[in-house]
Each structure stands twice: as structure tokens, then as C-alpha cells.
Design a protein. Structure first.
Length: 410
């Protein structure tokens, strides 16, 4: 396969994402497909991702622009199997030499669902052996394996009867945007934060406030969207190591990115109880290339007030379980302390955020009861293996029952 043919050919791909964000990813991919020159076609959603097809240029665009996908996997081969030997044969029959050189080192990752196999480690070894044997047969040498910093990542998926081989065109997972140097305690993954923003219905001209911003992931995703900065603008990708990589085409795609006009007044705001977290957020905003100031304050969540006159959206990932720190760095020692904090925060929302839509992402399914609020919607998501909910609360204007206490100095 020469470079011209592989770059104009249509390829079947699969874009995995956090569970619960499949519809949001499909919507985002549909928007990417509208870009000039795109031939991307978006197909069905399945649990954990979205199928699509397109040219290598479309694969470049997906990696650069998708905020929600975890990876862009290019399908190379597929077949039925009954045992480990079938998996070896299908892998050996795949034209790896069309995609990378024997001097590239590689890594193999295997995922299986309801597969009748005893050991994923053994299957991984069989796949590595088949790839290396293919190169030995073709050119007399075997590529080396590097699980830490591979040039090429191969992804294999097995279900009960079928086996699919993918080339990972992303390299590092796409939620690694390339700007994060410091992490808070249990930071939200960037692609999950982007999916929550899309699910909330937030648009770049709408006020957005995160009163428990931590290291600033939600704020940075929103600020990059507002500025028109692609999520992949500050990182490298696996496709840059492939034989068919077109540097000129890649530069053309990156060069076509246009910044968005910024609003005259800030519409993105954040706060946190921890001064260290506020400083970390400021640092991360700079690292992420945000060309404007996001107003940040150190204040307890139950003491905040609306940061602007127009109602907007609160989107936050409140602390829960071992991560909760109600007072500075103090750890939660009793359910009563959490109840007290959330009761107070719920009162603040009712008294000071009339007309706002509140979105709280949490693994604590009893959160509405502690807030003493009735959710208008709850959307199931997974943060890794952790089952979570995105609760929506509508703060109806004119429903305040009492005059709020004087706002604390901010």
C-alpha cells in the first residue's frame, strides 16, 4: 500500500468513549464531519463508543478535534475464532508492513467481553508473536516490544465469537491533552468533562460557573471551546509514526483552525475552597493556552453567589467518598458533616441562583436528598468503572422564600 492510496482510501474506525457519552460523541463527530474537505461518515453507537469511516485526513481531524473520544482506532482485520491458534492466524495474515516499519517498537492491548479464553496475557503474547513473525517472514527481522513508550499501539477486541484488530492512531489516550503538569486529588478526565459540558447544553456565549473547580478541568475544556482551541493542539499522535503519515496534510488541517471571537465580558467563572487548587487552575489555564482571564476565587462552595447578572449553568464535580474535604484539607469523618455541607450548599443554590440550571456530577446517588432538592433529570455515566449520575436541578426564578444572608467577602 503506497502513501497516496492509504491516504485517499476509506477506513473503518471505532472511537471508544466513557460509557454514557456515546450520543454526545456521535453528535460531536457529526459536527467534525461538517468541516471543509471531510468525508467522515458516522455510523451506529454501541455501548462504549461510535463506529465511523473516513480517509486518513478524517482520522487526523478526529484526533485533533474530538474532545469526547478516548482514542481513534483504525480497523485492520476481523474474523471469527474458536481458539488461540485462530487469533494467531488472523493476526499473521494482517499486512502490518503496510502501516509501520520493522524498526518501530510496538505494544499490544487486548480487550475481551464474554470471550471463551482463559488468559488475556496469553492472547496478548500470541498477537505479539504473530506480528513479529509476519515481519520476520517479510524482512528477516522482528520489531521490538515497548510497553511504556511504543511507536505503534495495536488494539485487539474479542467477543464470544469474533476477533477484531485495530491500529491505535491516537497514541496516548486523547483525554491527555498535553497541557496537564499538575493534578488535583482525583481529577476528572478531560474527555469526561467535555462530555458533561455538551450534555448540559452549555454554549460558548452562556455563563458557566464551577464552584468546586479543583484543578480546573471543566473550566479549561470550556475555555478552549470558547477560544476555538482544539483539544489536540498541544500534543503528538500515534499516526505521526505510521508509514503513510502525510506531514503536509497534517499541517494543512492544523492550519485551517480558526480562533473564535471572544466575548467582551467574562462568562466562565470558577472557585474552590483551596487556595492551592485555585493557583493550580490558573497555572493549568496558562498551560492550556487560554488567551483570556478566567475569574477565579478562593471561597467555600456554600458561600458563593452568582458571578454575573445573567443566569447560566453551574457544572461541577462535587467531592464524594474519600475525596471530600469540607474544610480545607480535612477529610470526611462522618456522614453528618457531609449532610451539613450539602444542606448548606443546597440552600445557597436556592437563594442565590434563581434562573440557573445546576448540573452536579457525582457517584453519590443520594446527593439530591442531602441537597434537599428534586432533580429534573439524572443521566447515568461512568467515571472509569465508577457508576455516576449527572443530576440537573432547575432553580426557578421567584421561588426564594427568604432574603439570603449577607454574602461573604470574595
Amino acid at each position: 500500500m503506497n502513501q497516496a492510496n492509504s491516504n485517499t482510501k476509506f477506513h473503518s474506525c471505532f472511537c471508544p468513549c466513557p460509557r454514557g457519552l456515546e450520543a454526545a460523541l456521535a453528535e460531536e463527530m457529526g459536527e467534525i464531519a461538517q468541516q471543509p474537505g471531510s468525508s467522515l461518515r458516522v455510523f451506529q453507537q454501541v455501548p462504549g463508543g461510535v463506529h465511523c469511516s473516513g480517509s486518513m485526513a478524517d482520522i487526523y481531524r478526529l484526533n485533533l478535534h474530538s474532545r469526547i473520544a478516548s482514542r481513534v482506532l483504525l480497523r485492520l482485520n476481523q474474523g471469527g475464532y474458536k481458539n488461540e491458534n485462530d487469533i494467531y492466524d488472523i493476526t499473521l495474515d494482517t499486512r502490518w508492513e503496510d502501516w509501520f516499519e520493522v524498526d518501530n517498537n510496538l505494544r499490544v492491548d487486548v480487550t475481551a467481553i464474554k470471550a471463551p479464553i482463559k488468559s488475556l496475557e496469553y492472547i496478548t503474547l500470541k498477537i505479539k508473536d504473530a506480528v513479529c513473525d509476519r515481519f520476520r517472514d517479510q524482512c528477516g527481522r522482528r520489531p521490538s516490544v515497548d510497553t511504556r513508550n511504543p511507536d505503534v499501539r495495536i488494539a485487539a477486541f474479542l467477543d464470544a465469537t469474533s476477533y477484531t484488530l485495530y491500529l491505535d492512531t491516537s497514541g496516548e489516550a486523547l483525554f491527555k491533552r498535553g497541557w496537564r503538569e499538575q493534578k488535583g486529588d482525583a481529577p476528572l478526565r478531560e474527555n469526561l468533562a467535555a462530555g458533561l459540558l455538551r450534555t448540559s447544553g452549555w454554549k460558548p456565549d452562556m455563563p458557566l460557573f464551577d464552584p468546586m473547580c479543583g484543578s480546573g478541568t471543566i473550566l479549561i475544556e470550556a475555555a478552549q471551546i470558547q477560544a476555538g482551541i482544539p483539544p489536540g493542539a498541544r500534543r503528538r499522535f500515534g499516526f505521526e509514526k505510521l508509514r503513510n503519515f502525510s506531514a503536509s496534510q497534517w499541517q494543512e488541517i492544523k492550519g485551517s483552525v480558526k480562533p473564535r471571537p471572544l466575548p467582551a465580558q467574562p462568562v466562565i467563572f470558577g472557585s474552590d475552597i483551596s487556595g492551592d487548587m485555585v493557583e493550580m487552575t490558573r497555572h493549568n489555564l496558562r498551560q492550556a493556552g487560554i488567551p483570556f482571564e478566567v475569574p477565579l476565587k478562593q471561597i467555600e462552595a456554600q458561600e458563593v453567589k452568582a458571578p454575573c447578572d445573567a443566569p447560566g449553568i453551574i457544572l461541577t464535580n462535587p467531592p464524594y467518598g474519600e475525596r471530600i474535604g469540607v474544610r480545607g484539607d480535612a477529610r470526611l469523618e462522618s456522614d453528618d458533616l457531609a449532610q451539613q455541607f450539602y444542606n448548606s450548599f443546597g440552600s445557597t443554590l436556592k437563594q442565590r441562583f434563581a434562573g440557573w440550571q445546576i448540573f452536579l456530577f457525582t457517584a453519590d446517588l443520594g446527593l439530591p436528598k442531602m441537597l434537599r432538592l428534586k432533580e429534573s433529570r439524572k443521566t447515568p455515566f461512568f467515571n472509569g468503572a465508577l457508576e455516576c449520575r449527572l443530576f440537573r436541578f432547575d432553580m426557578v426564578a421567584g421561588s426564594n422564600r427568604k432574603t439570603p444572608p449577607p454574602a461573604a467577602a470574595q
